[in-house]
Design a protein around this ligand. Structure first.
Ligand code: GUN
Length: 285
């Protein structure tokens, strides 16, 4: 039976460090500040944004919330970003995705100043991740690396398989694993005979978005299984991508949903906001 990786406990430990750093910055320079923009009323996004606000408040980070109507124009959104880019109280800017269809997501990401891009979505920051020269770590993959580190699970020399090639999770996850000297395979929905590849994984990361997608026959005995999915079973219960019970009986470590990767993602966002505030304080000297 696998050890269950407790994302809430790891989060609490990292948030303790974040809170101490925020207090030091508030004394020495200014209180770190995070601006969060949400456009429209997508219920899942509203929950995420509320959780981000709560996490800031609990850890000594000022949060500035901008809830804009669904019919906000591209020009109005870009004007808000420009104002936040120039506001010294704002260290980090996050625009919750997905945006309503009439808005150009790429143009919005490109408009955020790279030194305030705490999501690490701007091309300047994705480029830095590519070369291992991190300004900000991408939140979800960084949270996964932090959990592995705190559970003393080695990555160097291991065979890692990532299912999903999104810009938010799959691609940056693969890069962090490559930079940590793993041998990495990235699969997607068109990968032939997926199970033959996932069965080779010492560390299997699933970012698919389908309940019960990863079954025991896809997992090697003793593998570490990281579940990034946030889905709902037909009964409405929250679940990940992994068929938890049967995979847990085969794996050495496994992350649950909820309580695994999810809490870590917001924690790394807080950590990135601290990094941005430190850099801004340094630049002011
Ligand atoms: N939507 C889903 N995940 C994320 C995230 O990490 N950042 C932003 N900005 N939007 C998201």
């Amino acid at each position: 039976m696998a050890t269950i990786i407790d994302g809430k406990a790891v989060s609490a430990a990292v948030r303790g460090e974040v809170k101490a750093a925020a207090a030091r910055l508030a004394q020495a320079a200014h209180t770190p500040g995070l601006a969060v923009i949400i456009v429209g009323e997508d219920p899942a996004s509203q929950v995420y944004v509320r959780n981000k606000h709560k996490a800031c408040a609990e850890n000594g980070i000022r949060s500035f919330q901008y809830a804009l109507p669904a019919d906000t124009t591209q020009a109005a959104l870009l004007a808000l970003i420009e104002t936040l880019n120039n506001d010294p109280a704002v260290d980090g800017i996050l625009c919750q995705l997905p945006l309503p269809k009439h808005l150009d997501e790429k143009a919005v990401i490109d408009a955020i100043r790279p030194d305030k891009d705490v999501d690490a979505f701007h091309p300047v920051n994705t480029g830095k991740i590519m070369t291992g020269d991190y300004a900000f770590l991408p939140c979800t993959p960084a949270g996964i690396m932090e959990m592995l580190k705190r559970y003393e699970i080695p990555v160097a020399g291991k065979r890692c398989v990532v299912i999903g090639r999104s810009n938010i999770v799959g691609k940056p996850m693969a890069l962090l694993m490559i930079n940590a000297s793993a041998t990495v395979t990235v699969c997607n929905s068109r990968t032939p005979d997926l199970a033959s590849i996932t069965r080779q994984a010492d560390i299997l990361v699933s970012a698919v978005g389908k309940a019960d997608f990863v079954t025991a026959d896809m997992v090697k005995d003793g593998a570490v299984v990281i579940d990034v999915g946030i889905n709902r079973h037909t009964d409405g219960k929250l679940c990940g991508d992994v068929k938890f019970d049967e995979v847990a009986s085969k794996a050495s470590y496994i992350t649950p949903v909820p309580g695994g990767v999810g809490p870590m993602t917001i924690t790394m966002l807080l950590q990135n906001t601290i990094t941005a505030a430190k850099n801004h304080a340094e630049a002011e000297k």
